[in-house]
Design a protein around this ligand. Structure first.
Ligand code: HEM
Length: 515
C-alpha cells in the first residue's frame, strides 16, 4: 500500500533541504539524495515541489527509477503511473522490439516455426538472463574481469551450457531449466536460436563473448570429430558441467581466415605417439581461462586440428581490444607442447573440413545474436525518438527520423526472416548436408546481418546525438553497439571472406545455363 499524496502537499517541499519531485505520478523525496545526484543539485532545486516527469525522461533511462525506488515515498492521490515498469521476463510491447512470433500483438496467431516448447524456453531463458546473467554482465563489462565460476555453475546446472552446442545426443536425458520446459530429444535449431538471442539481451558485448563463447565454437568440433568416443564423452562432461573451459585456437597474427598461412606446427614425436606443438595464436576468445584449446596446426602434408590440453608449456597473455577484457581475448604461445595423437580431430592433414564445417554453427549463432542485438538497438531508437522532445515536439515527428527508423526496422526484420528460413532448413538436414549446402547461405546471412549492423549503428548514433557517444546513461546501449558491432563483422570470418564464400559455393552448383 503506497501513501497517497496531493500535488498541493508536494509543492510545499520546494527547497534544497526539503526537496520532493513528481515523476510519472509518483513522489520522490530527494532531500538526502540531492548532494549525491550525478547531475548536481542545481537542476533538482529548479524543479523542487514540481512535476518533473518530462525533464526526468529527457535525461534518464527508466531503470534509474528502479534503482532508486527507495526514494519513492508515495503516489499522487487518484492517479496511476503510466510508464511501463518492465519486470524480469516481460515481453516488450514496443512495436518491433520482439521478433514477430513473440510480439504480444501477434501472440494469438499461429506461427509456422515455433511451438509451445519454444515459447516456454524463451520465457525461462529471459528470466534467467535478467536475474542471473545481466547483473554480472554489467559488472564484468566495466571492471574487465572474467565470468565467475558461480555463474558458470548455475548455467551448467540448468543445462544452458549444453543447449549452446545446438541439438544433439548431448542433450538427451538432461533436465533443462528445472524441467518441463523442453525435452532434450525435441530440442531443435529454433530452440537453439532462442537461447542465442536471449543471451544477448543484456547488451554487454565483451561479456557476451566472455560468457563461454569459446566453448560454444570448439566443443562442437570435439563432439563431431574426436575419434575416441570415451575421451570425447569424458571431455564433453568436464566442459558441460562447467569444471573445464575450452576455446578455439585457429587465428594467428600470421594468418586469420587464410588457414593455409598458419605457422603453428605439430610434429610427430620420436616415440611416434605424440604431437609436439610449437607456435602462436592471437585473438583467442576465453583463452585466458581455458583448459583445452582446439588448435589449428600445420602437419606434414597439410593442416590438422588437435585438441591441446593446457600444460606449463602453454602461455596465455591478455589482449586489450575495443570491448571489455571480460571476453578474455588471448595471445597464446605453444612451446614444445606434447599431446597424445588420439587428441587429433578428424584425419591428419585433413583439418580443413573440420574447421569449415564447424564454422557453420558458429556463424549461424553469430547471425542470431547480432540480429537480436540490432533489434534491441531498434527498441532503444523507437523509445528515444518517442520520448525525446526537440523544439517542444517528440523527435519522431521529424520525417528524417522516421525514415531512419524505417530503414532500421526493415533491416532487422529482413535478417530475422532470412535467419528463420535457414534455421528451418537446418532442422531438416544432417550435419554433412549442412556443411555441403548451407555454408554459403550462412556466410551470406552473417555478412548481411553485420553489414546491417553497420548501418543500424550509424543511424542509431545519429538519432541519439551526443548521448550515443556516452558510455553511461541514455545512450549506453547504442554507444556499446556502435563501438563493438565490428566484432561480429570480423570474428568467425570477415564479411569479405564470407561474401566471397557464398558466391563461390553457389558457383559450385551452377548449371550450364545460358541467357
Ligand atoms: C528520482 C529522481 C532522480 C534520480 C534518482 C536521478 C538520478 C540520476 C542518475 C543516477 C544520474 C546519472 C546518469 C544516469 O545513470 O542516467 C543522473 C543524471 C542527471 N540528472 Fe538526475 N535523477 C533524478 C531526477 C532528476 C531531475 C528531476 C532532473 C532535472 C530536472 C535531473 C537532472 C539530471 C541531469 C542533468 C543529469 C546528467 C545527465 C547527463 O549527464 O546526460 N535528475 N540523475
Amino acid at each position: 500500500m503506497t501513501t497517497a499524496l496531493s500535488r498541493k502537499e508536494v509543492s510545499k517541499h520546494d527547497s534544497e533541504e526539503d526537496l520532493w519531485v513528481i515523476v510519472d505520478h509518483k513522489v520522490y523525496d530527494l532531500s538526502d539524495f540531492v548532494d549525491a545526484h550525478p547531475g548536481g543539485s542545481v537542476v533538482l532545486t529548479q524543479v523542487a515541489g514540481q512535476d518533473a516527469t518530462q525533464a526526468f525522461y529527457n535525461l534518464h533511462r527508466h531503470e534509474v527509477l528502479q534503482q532508486y525506488s527507495k526514494l519513492c515515498i508515495g503516489t499522487l492521490e487518484g492517479e496511476k503511473p503510466e510508464v511501463i515498469d518492465p519486470q524480469p521476463g516481460d515481453l516488450s510491447k514496443v512495436p518491433y522490439a520482439e521478433p514477430l512470433w513473440l510480439a504480444p500483438q501477434f501472440a494469438q496467431f499461429k506461427n509456422q516455426y515455433y511451438n509451445d516448447s519454444h515459447r516456454r524456453l524463451q520465457k525461462a531463458m529471459r528470466v534467467f538472463v535478467e536475474e542471473h546473467i545481466a547483473p554480472e554482465a554489467r559488472e564484468k563489462e566495466k571492471d574487465g574481469t572474467f565470468i565467475s565460476q558461480e555463474l558458470i555453475d548455475k548455467m551448467a546446472k540448468e543445462n544452458i551450457l549444453a543447449m549452446r552446442l545446438g541439438p544433439g545426443k548431448h542433450l538427451h536425458g538432461r533436465e533443462i531449466l528445472g524441467g518441463g520446459v523442453v525435452d532434450g530429444k525435441e530440442y531443435d535449431y529454433f530452440h537453439d536460436l532462442i537461447v542465442s538471442q536471449e543471451l544477448t539481451r543484456h547488451g554487454q558485448r565483451g561479456f557476451q563473448d566472455g560468457n563461454m563463447a569459446g566453448m560454444t565454437i570448439s566443443l562442437t568440433a570435439v563432439r563431431q570429430w574426436l575419434n575416441n568416443d570415451e575421451l570425447k564423452d569424458k571431455i564433453t562432461e568436464e566442459v558441460l558441467s562447467g569444471k573445464k573451459k575450452m576455446s578455439l585456437a585457429v587465428t594467428e597474427a600470421f594468418a586469420g581466415s587464410d588457414v593455409a598461412g598458419l605457422r603453428t606446427t605439430a610434429e610427430i614425436s620420436e616415440d611416434g605417439q605424440h604431437y609436439i606443438i610449437n607456435g602462436t595464436k592471437k585473438w583467442i576468445t576465453n583463452g585466458m581461462f581455458s583448459d583445452y584449446f582446439v588448435t589449428g596446426c600445420k602437419t606434414k602434408k597439410g593442416f590438422s586440428v588437435i585438441l591441446v590440453p593446457r600444460t606449463d608449456e602453454v602461455e596465455t597473455k591478455l589482449i586489450k581490444t575495443s570491448y571489455s577484457t571480460a571476453a578474455a581475448t588471448t595471445y597464446i604461445e605453444f612451446n614444445n607442447v606434447k599431446v597424445p595423437r588420439s587428441y587429433l580431430l578428424g584425419e591428419e592433414d585433413k583439418g580443413f573440413i573440420v574447421i569449415m564445417s564447424n564454422f557453420n554453427h558458429e556463424r549461424w549463432m553469430m547471425a542470431c545474436m547480432v540480429t537480436r542485438w540490432s533489434r534491441t538497438v531498434l527498441e532503444e531508437c523507437l523509445k528515444w525518438s518517442h520520448q525525446r522532445l526537440v523544439f517542444s515536439k517528440p523527435l519522431v515527428t521529424q520525417p528524417v527520423i522516421r525514415h531512419k527508423l524505417a530503414r532500421i526496422i526493415s533491416l532487422v526484420e529482413a535478417n530475422q526472416a532470412w535467419l528463420e528460413s535457414i534455421t528451418h532448413q537446418m532442422n531438416h538436414m544432417s550435419y554433412a548436408q549442412q556443411s555441403t549446402l548451407l555454408s554459403g547461405p550462412i556466410g551470406l546471412l552473417k555478412s548481411f546481418a553485420t553489414r546491417s549492423a553497420h548501418e543500424i549503428a550509424d543511424d542509431a548514433t545519429n538519432i541519439f546525438g551526443g548521448r550515443g557517444l556516452t558510455q553511461s546513461g541514455m545512450g549506453r546501449v547504442v554507444e556499446m553497439f556502435h563501438r563493438t558491432y565490428k566484432f561480429d563483422a570480423i570474428l568467425g570470418g570477415t564479411e569479405e571472406i564470407l561474401m566471397d564464400l557464398g558466391v563461390r559455393q553457389a558457383m559450385k552448383f551452377m548449371p550450364n545455363a545460358k541467357l
